[in-house]
Design a protein around this ligand. Sequence first.
Ligand code: DC
Length: 334
Amino acid sequence: MKAIRGATTVAADTPQEVRGAVRELLNEIKEKNGLAEGDIVCILFSNTADIRSLYPAKAAREAGFSGAALYSSLEPEIEGALPLCIRVLLFVETCRDVRHVYLRGAADLRRDLKKFSIALDGPSGSGKSTVAKQLAKEFGILYLDTGAMYRACALAAKDAGVTAFTEESVAPVLKEMELRVKYEDGAQRTFLGDRDVSEEIRKPEVSMAASAISALHCVREKMVEMQRKIAAEQSCVLDGRDIGTAVLPDAPFKFFVTASAEVRARRRCDELKAKGFAQEYAQVLKEIEERDKNDSTRAISPLRRAEDAVLVDTSDMRVEEVVRYIKKKIQEKV
Ligand code: DC
């Protein structure tokens, strides 16, 4: 048995308003928690004393939630309480991840449940993707690896036989390209059409090509639009180069994660080796420096720390320390 909490408000104390608000709240709870009608055992409502026109339980029955046991009660009058508010507690048979739902004026009651984005920008090898994955797991939100999207663009262009990336040569590829990101057990998989390219895009030659292609206006326009759409639908951690400056300049939490080029090259070497693409340290360092230069000197959305981003130098920090530090900064701001 699981318990799900929710609340909403009505604009006025009328039966019509109560019916609309209750239906909306229960349907949203059902949808967000993937519930079927039969999963709900009982629904307990309470409402503030300024609502007297209709019992929320009656509104729920009218809305078709008649299989569950329904009950309504009146809340005491508490000074400063949110007016015209309906609260609900549902008991359900099963539910994987409980998601509480706070709508309309009641959204402010649980600011911690509001949709939010965490922007993690920084150069390659700074450790931001490892940290982003960990943060997403701890906050129970989505991780969007935006670098993977640019890498997939580069692979699509290479596959189409494009060797010199220009607006003219790449625009037709983007038009045809069916780039999708999917999630399997919380891990991002990147697809071009039906082809899972998640591993292929990690190859060093794709890294260099991604850095080059990401300087093009047509590429950035398309990627930024996709990224904003994903971030608008759910809370997520996004890592990239321009999240805090261009993709989500209003993100409430922004971090610029960096480390010295040498430390980053060492980390990248270890990562590549673990994936079976072992490379010389000197070569990796050279490529990292080259990519840094490309990414931070390009004309459109260069790699840059947003003025309001917290700087995190991970050169001498372990992943757990970085995650702990960022979490602390986020919690201080909530
Ligand atoms: O993070 P990464 O190494 O997977 O990114 C690959 C390339 O994509 C990187 O060299 C720059 C580019 N990129 C970008 O321009 N903007 C982003 N938000 C993410 C990556």
